[in-house]
Design a binder for this molecule. Structure first.
Ligand code: T1G
Length: 697
């Protein structure tokens, strides 16, 4: 993406106030041209005695959404000079007023804190989200915010990265005035008035309230849990402590150095990669803003089990009425009971009111008759993972659903083309693969079948956004993208145990990479019987003998994982996995029976084999066009499988290791590198290069 360098700031006069309007759509990021424009505006104001105050405002829909993240890779001397602009503001002789609407985030809030005053409309939001990009507020935020709102609140804002509303910011003293009506007029009037008032002390001259050693010690303890293994949170705490204990200039200088350290870290590269990859994944070649989209005003869901109920909640949360159909009253009652209980638990945690619960439940209509779905704009089938059952349902739906209704299957692996083939409207059939728990997990794999129309695809992408899901388009194959990769990952994990590792060591090797659950912890949670059935099905389809691995034998003992309090591990009421000596013995007996002499497998080998098994299958998926981009695969793995965002996802992680070394390790551990992976490695390229080659990065 080219970054324009022409001045992006317009100067206009309103009486004795000079208005500097930043025009850098879509979010007024601090791109090259913006600092130059602001500095020129301040110089003009300084040189003109008739100007007694300055207002800085964002054109379009927002104030400044922060530094331009795309410029982080520019050489330092080419990067927009946000710090220099703020320093100029900090020493400016005439009052300056930041007029905020939309969002003032990161460098945008830092710019505003460099002004004398800040005014905002009440629904504006302000925050320092840098930690979400693996960096830290690098233009004075770590030194100014604690001086305005106190150490505790500043740490909370900078470590969560979450914005606060202008009304709360006003109570904290971060915003001086909430403007009702026209923001510019209000800001100019305020600036005009303040021109006659002796200015308050600069933020940089204030002392930090509540900056006790205990507060910083507690913050350091907290990030061990909330930001395990991450660099920038600890730098933020250190800098906030400097704000409380050293002169402003010292902290200001230290911040610049620590910002560069964080910015150049693999963790920040990973988080920045995901920031853009998530937005890129919403772009589908051939789908434009002119592609017709149907507004989804009502939904039908077939199946009120765990998945159907969770899916329904997404629509209810978005205010979309749902008719949910089951085959038996007790199943229907049970399903509705679970939905209500989920909402009531959320209300107990104070995250919604009981009125909200009733509002949502009032949108839910139970039914035992599929004919009640005849008016639904979209119907999602969420029943047992069996092709014959699904075909029967879609045959019946074809006769019931109104013309133009979208017919979607929540299948997690089955062939959506085959499902579509039983209808007379294959153009209306699509896969919407939600991840369990469907009301929590943000990922939605949108499975584009051969005949799915562009309009149905575009409508599904818009729907994903409306129900607050991260929608990623995938093609039809066994397991689509996420599950296809996780099947290979599971095969490799079982192999590592066969060769000599203990399940808990294999899990620990992925916990060390930052995944909250390793492969066996995840299998026990999902249910061992699901993987068992898939392996049996795949062997049958391939005409291979019935699988008889060590894990199959555990399942055949009736140990299905957490749901039976026993799987690979034992589980007590805390649901924490405890190794089971009998299962270890079963594994050792299995090895002996197969003539395998166990060997020591290092955590490093385990991590590489597992992470690279994902990458290798991902490369095959890219070659087959099942995923559009390597970035899409990363988004899927972060939002659907808990891959740490600060690693950027499996494909980005591999690129960071160097694809040559990935290929060498795959070969060392007996896996054959995919041709695409081999080609990129031989050419010294990364997966980002692959995406760019396709014009999709
Ligand atoms: N830099 C570059 N591009 C950005 C951008 C940014 N900061 N923010 C958004 N975009 C692009 C985005 O990629 C998309 O592009 C388009 O704008 C619309 O974004 C020194 C170092 C502001 C809440 O982290 O949270 O300041 O896909 O789809 O849903 O201390 O954008 O159209 O080509 O997200 O309405 C700190 C990041 C930076 C804010 C609007 N700031 N942005 O959401 O639109 S670091 C942030 C957002 C920093 C200083 C530090 C959101 C938004 P395209 P969008 P949206």
């Amino acid at each position: 993406m080219t970054i324009p360098d022409e001045h992006r700031v317009d100067q206009t006069r309103q009486d004795d106030v000079l208005v500097l309007t930043i025009n850098n759509p879509p979010v007024n990021a601090f791109s090259p041209g913006v600092p130059e424009g602001l500095k020129a505006g301040l110089d003009a104001a300084a040189a003109d005695d008739s100007v007694r105050a300055v207002v800085i405002i964002g054109g379009g829909r927002t104030f400044v959404a922060g530094a331009d993240i795309r410029t982080f890779n520019l050489p330092r001397e080419q990067a927009p000079d946000l710090r220099g602009t703020i320093q100029k503001l900090d020493g400016f002789a005439k009052p300056t007023v930041a007029a905020i609407h939309g969002t003032a985030l990161g460098g945008g809030l830092e710019l505003a804190m460099g002004c004398t005053y800040r005014v905002a409309v009440k629904d504006a939001q302000v925050g320092l989200p840098e930690v979400k990009l693996g960096v830290l507020p690098g233009a004075g935020g770590t030194q100014r915010l604690p001086r305005v709102v106190g150490a505790q609140k500043a740490l909370e804002m900078m470590l969560s990265g979450n914005p606060i509303r202008a009304t709360e910011a006003q109570q904290l003293g971060l915003i001086d005035r909430i403007v009702d009506g026209d923001l510019l007029a209000g800001a100019v009037a305020f600036a005009h008035k303040m021109a006659d008032v002796r200015p308050l002390p600069r933020i940089s001259e204030l002392a930090v309230q509540g900056g006790t050693p205990e507060v910083f010690a507690a913050a350091r303890e907290g990030i061990k849990k909330t930001h395990r293994g991450q660099l920038s949170p600890s730098l933020i705490v250190d800098l906030a402590e400097m704000a409380a204990t050293t002169p402003f200039e010292e902290g200001w200088d230290a911040e610049a150095a620590k910002f560069m350290e964080a910015k150049d870290s693999p963790q920040s590269r990973g988080l920045r990669h995901i920031f853009f990859a998530e937005r890129e994944s919403a772009k589908i070649p051939g789908i434009t803003k002119d592609t017709p989209i149907t507004e989804i005003k009502s939904a039908g869901i077939i199946g009120a089990g765990t998945m159907g109920g969770g899916i329904a909640m997404n629509f209810l949360n978005a205010g979309i009425p749902v008719t949910i159909v089951e085959t038996a009253q007790d199943a229907l009652d049970r399903g509705l009971g679970v939905i209500r209980k989920n909402y009531e638990n959320t209300a107990k945690k104070g995250r919604m009111s009981m009125d909200d619960v009733e509002t949502r439940m009032a949108l839910l209509t139970p039914s035992l008759d599929m004919a009640d779905l005849k008016d639904a704009d979209i119907i999602i089938e969420a029943v047992f993972e069996n092709m014959d059952v699904k075909k029967d349902i879609f045959t019946r739906l074809d006769a019931i659903a109104k013309p133009g209704a979208i017919l979607a299957s929540n299948t997690s692996t089955l062939d959506v083309n085959e499902i579509a083939s039983v209808t007379k409207r294959p153009e209306s059939v699509i896969g919407l693969h939600f991840f369990s728990p469907a009301n929590v997990m943000k990922l939605l794999e949108i499975v584009r079948a051969d005949q799915t129309s562009d309009s149905v695809l575009a409508t599904s992408m818009a729907l994903a956004k409306k129900i607050k899901k991260v929608g990623v388009v995938v093609g039809v194959c066994d397991g689509f993208v996420g599950n296809r990769m996780v099947h290979r990952y599971g095969d490799e994990a079982r192999k590592i145990v066969e060769e000599g590792a203990r399940p808990e060591d294999v899990d620990a090797s992925m916990n060390a990479l930052g995944l909250p659950m390793g492969p066996f912890q995840m299998s026990d949670m999902a249910g061992l019987d699901i993987g068992y059935a898939i392996r049996q099905h795949q062997a049958k389809v391939a005409g291979k003998p019935k699988p008889d691995g060590w894990l199959d034998r555990i399942v055949e003992r009736g140990r299905k994982g957490q749901k039976t309090q026993a799987g690979i591990y034992d589980y007590d009421e805390t649901r924490r996995p405890k190794p089971n000596a009998e299962m270890q013995q079963l594994i050792e007996d299995y090895r002996a029976e197969k003539g395998i002499t166990p060997r020591e497998i290092t955590p490093e080998e385990s991590t590489k084999r597992l992470a690279y098994s994902l990458v290798n299958e991902g490369a095959k998926i890219l070659e087959e066009g099942i995923a559009q981009r390597a970035g899409d695969i990363d988004v899927i793995y972060i939002y659907g499988y808990g891959f740490p965002a600060y690693r950027g996802g499996p494909m980005q992680y591999a690129s960071e290791q160097g694809l040559q070394s990935v290929v060498a390790d795959l070969e060392r551990y007996g896996q054959t590198p995919a041709p695409l992976l081999k080609r990129l490695a031989d050419e010294g390229k990364t997966f980002a290069d692959f995406d760019a080659e396709k014009g999709r990065g």
